[in-house]
Write a protein that binds this ligand. Structure first.
Ligand code: PHE
Length: 453
């Protein structure tokens, strides 16, 4: 007998879980450092435009495909098209989930490790970022530390996913997301009340247009995908547990709003503190693990803020990681008749194993490179820079060109009747973005990733 498919307990639960997926290392680790490297305010401005013209329309279509079919990415494309080509696009999403989770869990592990290091008192005696950087190098250089925290992080992800959509993902998001917001508010208050914080705020608000070029626009566009969890079916899968009565457009708007708000808040908290300490905002990927610990060390009561900050990152990473595992699990449960627990253990276990060489890329495997890239870099690049934009392109093309227009629009309107009464032009505008604007811009990003542009 086939079991009834799982569903969210409420629309609010869905919003928190989907925002949990969107808000992750992308917002707290990556966004601040790429904004720092690409000129601050001007970059933030370009990023906001990318979110509005590409991220939002594609997010609507991903959620819509899921809600309409009530299936995982493979089953969804099968139900809507019956075509082998589109089924394989769904399958690419499952593969991307596999790959992203494997390396994501390694960085997620670092955040847990840093919570532990703070508690052990090892992060409070730095005089400059070089000292913090030396400890960082020593920690990630240790096989037991790197693999150990990857294991702990992954076990937590599996534990939540095994408990199911409502009892695991929704329930944990309802606790973790408010805690995340609360911690972020405390950190912002701390950051902006430091002496010299205003220079950090100016960095985020006063644009330097000279820093904007083709390359930084493409970085902003690529990041818009990653940060909204687009292009691999995570939002599609979460949408598939949604009721047909719920409004997809307003849900997508709320998810975009929360994701953007939290990225900007993280930027404010981090840059006000970095500038107040006179450190370098363009420190790159080490900004969080090397610059910030030095900032915390120089602050009275810094250990508490350090603890809160790394806890915040760990929460953000966990709620995203569970959405990645859920895509893989949903596929095996829906299409292959696996039990949730069996799928989570077996395929989660395989993803965990694939993550080990990523963890080792920072120590014993650091010299094993292919055109300068470690195993970690290769998996990250293939999944984030190739598979996600390609998946996003295909989702836009599918909704704009393949799915029958009457079916798309009637699906979109279900639950959003009011919006279409007050704003009937929305339908046409959305379709123009999906048919033309998104495919053209995403193709540019892809060509850039492939080194053609
Ligand atoms: N959106 C997550 C982040 O910003 C990453 C992610 C990508 C999660 C794709 C799920 C799917 O960190």
């Amino acid at each position: 007998m086939r079991q009834i498919r799982e569903a969210w307990g409420s629309r609010f639960g869905f919003i928190l879980a989907a925002a949990g997926s969107a808000v992750g290392l992308g917002n707290i680790w990556k966004f601040p450092y790429i904004a720092g490297e690409n000129g601050g305010a001007a970059f933030v401005f370009v990023y906001l435009i990318c979110i509005a013209i590409i991220g939002f329309p594609v997010l609507i279509s991903e959620i819509l495909i899921g809600r309409t079919t009530q299936k995982n990415p493979v089953g969804a494309f099968d139900a809507l098209s019956h075509s082998k080509f589109w089924i394989s696009i769904g399958f690419l999403g499952v593969i991307a989930g596999f790959m992203i989770l494997s390396f994501y869990s390694v960085i997620g592990g670092w955040t847990l490790g840093y919570v532990g290091e703070t508690l052990a008192g090892n992060l409070s005696n730095f005089h400059n970022p070089e000292e913090a950087g030396a400890l960082f190098g020593q920690l990630v250089g240790s096989v037991t530390w790197g693999v150990g925290f990857h294991t702990l992080f992954f076990a937590t992800v599996m534990f939540i996913v095994i408990r199911g959509v409502q009892g695991g993902i929704e329930r944990s998001s309802k606790i973790m997301m408010p805690v995340l917001l609360f911690i972020l508010i405390i950190l912002i208050i701390r950051g902006v009340t430091l002496e010299g914080a205003s220079r950090g705020l100016a960095f985020l608000w006063v644009p330097d247009w000279g820093k904007i070029n083709g390359q930084s626009i493409l970085i902003a566009l690529g990041h818009a995908f990653f940060t909204l969890s687009l292009g691999m079916g995570a939002m599609l899968t979460y949408g598939s547990y949604m009721s047909k009565k719920d409004n997809v457009v307003s849900s997508a708007a709320q998810i975009v709003f929360l994701d953007t708000l939290i990225a900007i808040m993280a930027g404010v908290a981090i840059f006000s503190a970095v500038f107040a300490s006179g450190l370098d905002p363009a420190a790159g990927p080490g900004l969080i693990f090397q610059t910030l610990p030095a900032v915390f060390s120089s602050m009275p009561g810094g250990v508490y803020f350090s603890f809160l900050f790394f806890l915040l990152m760990a929460i953000a990473a966990l709620t995203s990681a569970i959405s990645l595992l859920e895509v893989v699990v949903a596929y095996f449960v829906d299409e292959r008749g696996w039990s949730r627990k069996g799928a989570a253990l077996v395929f989660g276990g395989s993803i965990y194993l694939l993550g080990i060489p990523s963890a080792l890329s920072f120590n014993v495997m650091s010299n094993m490179t292919l055109s300068g890239k470690t195993f970690f870099d290769i998996v990250d690049f293939l999944a984030s820079n190739i598979l996600l934009p390609f998946g996003g392109l295909m989702i836009a093309v599918f909704t704009g060109w393949i799915w029958s227009r009457t079916a798309v629009i009637s699906s979109l309107k279900a639950g959003a009747e009011h919006l279409f009464e007050v704003f009937p032009a929305f339908e046409g505008i959305w379709l123009v973005f999906l048919k033309f604007v998104a495919p053209i811009l995403i193709t540019l990003v892809l060509l850039n990733s492939l080194g053609v542009l």
